[in-house]
Design a protein. Structure first.
Length: 257
């Protein structure tokens, strides 16, 4: 069951990342959270995200805008470092609140509440038409690298903000996809380095067979997404995913998951 759920999440997330507001991490992280504690889930999701980005570099990396990779990507690196360091300081076992519902006792930890809120917020942002079209003027693009990198390091939610700032950069669709892939790779390498070094988890706690299995399905999704990017609109799927992720975030914030 675990392999099926995470494989399907990887396939769907990687496919949608090419032509939808959703990113792979947005869909994959909740799947890992169903089976692993938050630190391990975040780290596993990050590794799959990185490996998939390596494959996307092969597909579209050659179209990346070098200037933006240096400027926007450099600030994304700094932001992801700060976000990942902040995440490692959160008390994994710290309980924010606890309550009873009938005969059941629920506790909500700091990290579960944070990730639940971020899942809800970024799910809404990633399907917001204004964000998809880009709401920030070009002169804000540098601060956009820092902000998107920060949230990428904090929870892996980075695609919506990155796209919102890069959309007004005057890139072609191919250059946008390539630039996003290169910068996402930079963010992933940075945050994984911090997670493995400072988190209360090491590489030995990561489920490597599952990670490789999920990466295979993510690569399949990336291949399909790259093939369909110019001619596919999955509004119904987007709505289903949106409602599911919001419900998941609420459940995480209430201690039900």
């Amino acid at each position: 069951m675990m392999y099926i759920a995470i494989a399907l999440a990887a396939l769907l997330g990687a496919t949608l990342s090419f032509f939808s507001g959703f990113g792979l991490g947005t869909i994959l992280l909740p799947a890992f959270l169903l089976f692993f504690p938050p630190p391990v889930a975040v780290a596993c999701s990050a590794v799959v995200h990185l490996l998939n980005n390596f494959y996307k570099l092969f597909l579209v990396g050659k179209h990346a805008d070098k200037k933006l990779v240096i400027t926007f990507g450099g600030l994304s690196f700094l932001g992801s470092l700060l976000g990942a360091l902040l995440l490692t300081q959160i008390d994994v076992h710290g309980v924010v609140y606890a309550y009873h519902l009938g005969d059941h006792h629920f506790e909500v930890t700091e990290i579960n509440l944070l990730i639940g809120i971020l899942i809800i917020c970024f799910t809404l942002l990633e399907l917001n038409p204004s964000f998809q079209k880009g709401i920030f003027p070009p002169q804000w693009i540098n601060i956009g690298g820092l902000i998107s990198g920060f949230f990428g390091g904090l929870s892996g939610h980075q695609g919506a903000l990155r796209s919102a700032f890069l959309t007004k950069a005057g890139l072609t669709k191919e250059a946008m996809l390539g630039t996003r892939a290169v910068i996402a790779t930079i963010v992933d390498i940075t945050r994984i380095s911090v997670y493995i070094t400072l988190f209360q988890t090491g590489t030995e706690q990561l489920n490597w067979p599952l990670i490789l299995f999920a990466t295979l399905f993510a690569a399949t999704g990336a291949t399909l997404g790259n093939k369909w990017v110019k001619k596919t609109e999955l509004s119904t799927v987007n709505k289903i995913v949106t409602y599911s992720l919001i419900a998941f975030g609420i459940g995480l914030g209430l201690g039900w998951i």
